[in-house]
Write a protein that binds this ligand. Structure first.
Ligand code: C2E
Ligand code: MG
Ligand code: MG
Ligand code: MG
Length: 277
């Protein structure tokens, strides 16, 4: 019987690997096709200044559909793009698409709104990344301050000197740099103070639990204090309720992003959102 069970579990094991391989191949193919056939999109989510509720910037979030038209989460897409090496081409597409969008907003009420793109740690290993981003901005006649980049805390911690130098070049040129999902990694304060950074984005998980969990509240307060004492602005992600909005205001966060203010939306809806709020 043990033998039987062993055989079965071996079967489960191989079919699990097959499923994962199939999934990987499937998503890679979708991404590959999307790149070739205009199947990638960016949605935009406003980042609100908590003092006066104006939209300072918006985060560009990757969108892509499967063969049935169902949305695929970037949390699924990005890791597969990284493994398959497609991330560089997708990353290039995102940089260009963000610049094109900024151009389209010139002359409208959105012309002062910065676009923040997410960078994968893999893109930072390209020693020409900073140059490429700056070239793209200048080709489109944009100011460097119109673009921002977000990198997760863990990606930044895992970076070497040369990769950090890419961020330095961007920051020195005037591109806004944010550390995303902050608080979930292990960066020390000394390390943080040496990084080329403008903003910290507190990971959503802290806000979710802050109301009932004292330690999450304490961590949020600490991040805000540290961020401010290093001269950084502090953004909170995932604000969904008016209670959370009140809380983050009382804690002194500078900016907020979340479903309470707006969900990520197609570029065309941003103008409507701006004029109705
Ligand atoms: P992120 O950069 O931390 O982006 C925030 C995520 O939280 C987005 O999910 C956004 O839709 C979601 N969100 C915003 N407000 C709320 C809220 O109030 N409640 C809840 N529950 N969620 C909220 P999304 O678009 O699914 O993206 C997931 C992650 O995928 C992003 O996390 C980012 O790490 C990655 N990603 C998305 N677009 C790109 C991209 O263009 N390039 C790269 N490299 N990564 C991307
Ligand atoms: Mg982000
Ligand atoms: Mg985040
Ligand atoms: Mg995230």
């Amino acid at each position: 019987q043990a033998k039987e069970k062993g055989k079965n579990s071996l079967c489960f094991y191989t079919s699990d690997i097959n499923d994962r391989l199939q999934h990987y191949q499937n998503i890679s193919a979708i991404l590959y096709d999307a790149l070739a056939a205009d199947g990638l999109f960016l949605h935009f989510q406003p980042q609100i200044d908590l003092q006066d509720h104006h939209i300072l910037s918006c985060e560009a979030l990757l969108r892509c559909q499967d063969r049935n038209g169902e949305p695929l989460s970037p949390d699924v897409l990005i890791p597969i793009a990284e493994k398959s090496g497609l991330i560089n081409r997708i990353g290039d597409w995102i940089i260009e698409a963000a610049c094109q969008q900024l151009v389209n907003w010139q002359g409208t009420a959105l012309e002062k709104v910065r676009i923040d793109i997410n960078l994968s740690g893999k893109q930072l290993t390209n020693p020409n990344l900073a140059k490429q981003i700056l070239n793209c901005l200048s080709t489109y006649g944009l100011k460097t301050s119109q673009l921002g980049v977000e990198l997760t805390e863990n990606e930044v911690i895992g970076s070497d000197e040369l990769q950090i130098d890419q961020l330095k070049q961007l920051k020195n040129a005037g591109v806004h740099i944010s550390i995303d999902d902050f608080g979930t990694g292990y960066s020390s304060l000394v390390y943080l103070s040496k990084l080329p950074v403008c903003s910290l984005k507190i990971d959503r998980s802290f806000l979710v639990h802050a109301m009932e969990n004292e330690s999450d509240m304490a961590i949020m307060k600490a991040i805000i204090t540290v961020g401010h004492s290093l001269g950084l602005s502090v953004v909170v992600e995932g604000v969904e309720t008016t209670e959370q909005d009140r809380l983050v205001k009382s804690l002194g966060c500078d900016l907020a992003q979340g479903y309470l203010y707006a969900r990520p939306m197609p570029a065309g809806d941003m103008l409507k959102y701006l004029t109705s709020n």
